[in-house]
Design a protein around this ligand. Structure first.
Ligand SMILES: [Zn+2]
Length: 156
């Protein structure tokens, strides 16, 4: 306990007797150094019982957490990049599949496999519509006749 100057503890007949807390508050108000000392004493009292954490441990923890944060950020960046690449590939595949469906006269949404399809109601198997000849030629080359011969000039 802080030793208080005698004259402050002695009851002053002109003033009402103060409790220790208010006396300490008055002291703190009158002298900044005393205020600091009292703050130190109070914080020391609050920490009593709990062992003070060594600074080194906290520094280690901070370094460890920063490293983990950096690693996590790097991983997020990698995942974003690979997610973007996957999305691009999925879109390209969808486009290719839709072209193929048009070339075969099939439903580009379900290929005739979904009875609830808003486009074909499940009837969109290849041949449902007239295939797009230009697209067909572009994808499969010159069309063969029914006899199996090529429209192309004689084979080389
Ligand atoms: Zn369909």
């Amino acid at each position: 306990m802080l030793e208080l100057p005698r004259d402050l503890i002695q009851p002053d007949p002109s003033q009402p007797a103060g409790d220790p807390a208010s006396i300490m508050a008055q002291l703190a108000g009158s002298d900044p150094r005393l205020a600091m000392l009292m703050q130190l004493l109070q914080s020391g009292r609050a920490r009593e019982g709990a062992a003070p954490e060594p600074v080194d441990d906290r520094t280690e923890t901070i370094v460890d957490l920063s490293e983990r944060l950096e690693a996590a950020e790097a991983q997020i960046l990698r995942l974003k990049t690979s997610g973007r690449r996957l999305l691009e590939r999925a879109r390209a595949s969808e486009e290719r599949l839709s072209e193929l469906a048009a070339a075969l006269g099939a439903c580009g949404l379900c290929w005739g496999e979904d009875p609830g399809c808003p486009s074909c109601r499940g009837r969109g198997r290849p041949g449902m519509t007239r295939p797009d000849p230009d697209l067909r030629q572009q994808l499969f080359g010159p069309q063969r006749s029914r006899a199996g011969r090529s429209d192309e000039p004689a084979a080389h």
